[in-house]
Design a protein around this ligand. Structure first.
Ligand code: NAP
Length: 248
């Protein structure tokens, strides 16, 4: 990567769609050189070209991939731990171990891998920021959702622990907890079943990815003594994880 040494770099994981893509666009507008990471390189390259950033293939569940990704970054000022998602909806009695494994590998261990690798560079920047996109599933549970709620609780515990462990170091920690955002999230959760995915947002006005990206951009543009610890954002039509006002 060849960029001037005084350009601030923001790394966004899971930037090939949804919240990550919108966040990359927002941070680029704020003047960051944005490094976008995910598995679908073709999408990343298109986005990176549009925002004059850098596209790098990244699978956060694979240590070698994370090592290769982090090794080429000359500096890191902002890390957005966004890559993640859900698989399936099932009662614990019917839990699919593969789905649980995917959710833990991606949301929890993936966040750990990337964060651990980039912390030295974030500290070295003298004014680092880590934003972790957890979920309202990190503060509440719901029937059939335990694989995801358990993983998001764990991801949040990791992020919140760092806030204390790095107290006194020049790094801020912001946790963003979205409610329903219409992205590819439900399509992934329901294994590509478009009809089932669309039902999640039927009769409500959900958030869009840019609603969350703007919140992340706001956190990233506060003066360095201001730490926005937790920001929970839901659509007006959603009161908690399973309570919606639907017009249909
Ligand atoms: P999305 O459109 O499905 O985006 C998920 C992103 O994660 C994609 O860019 C995907 O890219 C990436 N990803 C998945 N596995 C990965 C891996 N192993 N390595 C690297 N990247 C990986 O969904 P989204 O709604 O924007 O989700 C972003 C975050 O918000 C997730 O952490 C999700 O849990 C959280 N969230 C979403 C909602 C919602 O309602 N949408 C609500 C609360 C929280 P590739 O497939 O190209 O790798």
């Amino acid at each position: 990567m060849t960029i001037s040494s005084n350009t601030r770099i923001a790394v966004v994981t899971g930037a090939s769609s949804g919240i990550g893509e919108a966040t990359a666009r927002t941070l680029a507008k704020q003047g960051f050189h944005v490094v976008v990471g995910a598995r679908r390189l073709d999408r990343l390259e298109k986005i990176a070209k549009e925002i004059e950033g850098t596209a790098l293939e990244l699978d956060i569940t694979d240590q070698d991939s994370v090592d290769a990704f982090t090794a080429v970054l000359p500096r890191v000022d902002v890390l957005v731990n966004n890559a993640g998602g859900a698989k399936g909806l099932a009662q614990i009695i019917d839990a699919d171990l593969d789905d649980w494994q995917w959710m833990w590998d991606t949301n929890v261990l993936g966040t750990l891998r990337v964060t651990k690798a980039l912390l030295p560079k974030l500290i070295e920047s003298g004014d680092g920021l880590i934003v972790t996109v957890t979920s309202i599933a990190a503060v509440s549970i719901y029937d059939n959702g335990s694989g995801y709620t358990a993983a998001k609780h764990a991801q949040a515990a990791l992020h919140r622990t760092l806030r204390g462990e790095l107290l006194g170091k020049p790094v801020r920690f912001t946790e963003v907890l979205p409610g329903a955002v219409e992205t590819e999230f439900s399509l992934v959760r329901f294994d590509g079943d478009q009809e089932r995915a669309e039902k999640v947002y039927e009769g409500i006005t959900p958030l869009v990815a840019m609603d969350i990206a703007e919140v992340i951009g706001f956190a990233a543009s506060r003066p360095s003594h201001v730490n926005l610890d937790q920001i929970l954002v839901r659509p007006r039509d959603q009161a908690d994880a399973t309570r919606f006002h639907r017009t249909t």
